[in-house]
Design a protein around this ligand. Structure first.
Ligand code: ADP
Ligand code: MG
Length: 351
């Protein structure tokens, strides 16, 4: 799909001073809706300017609450939110320099693309000619200028997303906040739209903070992943760091593709494509296991096994390239030994 920004037009925030290195800083940020454990529990975080940051974690872990406190849509119980060094904790949403893009884009169905984009300027009392011109300029930037008079129902999902982006950008935000923007889309469109989000973010040089419960989506998009669990941040790092060095058992399991085992030296995580498998009789070293499942997946075969470790019997998986499986096709009930190169075993912090 062809699409390019008009580079002659200034990005929303190039007019002012050089960017602050930290777009958003959260300091001991806490949200308590009721008695008991807080929804967000004294989290500290610095998000670099111009980065794509994903807040990732299971449903209910506090992602949306965190994002809404940054946006000013939710009051802060204790702690602070700083935007480029300014304390914005008590500012109204419209005065913060943030903008929000919602799930399914939440466009007004009865308004044209142009009027959707111009809407917030209308609310601010900007004169009609000026707001239409600014909305048209932004639609041009996202290659939607020629469709400005269409209503959302007459646009594809991808075109609607561009209109939603233009609508969020019209307030000239420093930071764009996105709460599960792709989760209502069908899988094909979701993958297409996330590639566009990534491209926009790089083109605009804007900081994006994107909430998702999908580790696949976060890995595809993020410069920095912030993995949350029960209102706490468990790990912050690049997708590569988080996937290859999960800090905790929770993260190893949540990211998928890992086996968690109790060894004599402690609890470890090993990627399922880093596990070697051999017939039980072949070697003395390794973990004893029995094949319980064989799934053909195309380029590889996924074996399910019951492994004997210090914690008793544990379900594990091994990913074998198709060719490796073809030379030694393990079957249900086979007794095997599992091993891995020591650098591939990552120690996990105690829960
Ligand atoms: P996530 O976006 O990660 O799914 P949320 O931030 O929406 O999680 O919710 C975190 C916790 O706070 C959950 O236990 C949720 O039930 C609770 N919660 C969220 N919003 C409210 C609210 N408005 N009132 C009371 N509890 C809430
Ligand atoms: Mg949420």
């Amino acid at each position: 799909m062809g699409f390019a920004f008009n580079r002659r037009m200034a990005a929303p925030n190039t007019s002012s001073a050089p960017p602050h290195p930290v777009a958003v800083e959260l300091v001991a940020l806490t949200k308590r809706y009721a008695q008991g454990q807080p929804a967000v529990d004294s989290i500290n975080l610095r998000i670099a300017s111009g980065s794509y940051c994903c807040l990732l974690g299971p449903s209910g872990c506090g992602k949306s609450t965190t994002l809404r406190m940054i946006a000013g849509h939710e009051s802060v119980t204790t702690g602070d939110v700083l935007l480029e060094g300014r304390n914005i904790t008590d500012l109204p949403a419209a005065a913060r320099g943030t903008a929000m893009m919602f799930q399914s884009f939440a466009l007004f169905p009865h308004l044209s693309a142009l009027d959707n984009v111009a809407f917030s300027l209308k609310m601010k009392g900007v004169a009609k000619d000026e707001r239409r011109q600014r909305a048209q300029d932004l639609l041009e930037r996202v290659a939607m200028g020629h469709l400005a008079e269409r209503k959302p129902g007459e646009l594809s999902g991808g075109q609607q997303q561009r209109v939603a982006l233009a609508r969020a950008l019209i307030t000239q935000p420093r930071v764009l906040l996105l709460d599960e923007p792709l989760s209502a889309l069908d899988p094909f469109l979701r993958i297409q739209m996330r590639a566009e989000l990534r491209r926009w973010q790089k083109e605009l040089g804007l900081t994006f903070i994107h909430v998702t419960h999908s580790q696949e989506e976060a890995m595809a998009l993020a410069d920095t992943m912030v993995v949350m669990n029960h209102g706490l941040i468990e790990q912050v790092g690049s997708p590569h760091e988080v996937y290859n060095r999960p800090a905790t058992e929770f993260i190893a399991r949540f990211m998928g593709g890992h086996n968690v085992l109790d060894t004599p030296t402690g609890k470890i995580a090993v990627r399922n494509d880093h596990v070697q498998i051999a017939p039980a009789a072949s070697t003395e070293a390794g973990v004893q296991a029995k094949v319980t499942d064989v799934e053909y997946q195309g380029t590889y075969v996924l074996l399910g096994l019951d492994a004997q470790n210090a914690g008793g019997t544990t379900g594990v998986s091994v990913m074998l390239p198709e060719a490796a499986f073809a030379t030694r096709p393990y079957q249900l009930g086979d007794d095997v030994r599992l091993s891995w190169a020591p650098p591939h075993a990552h120690a996990l912090a105690a829960a």
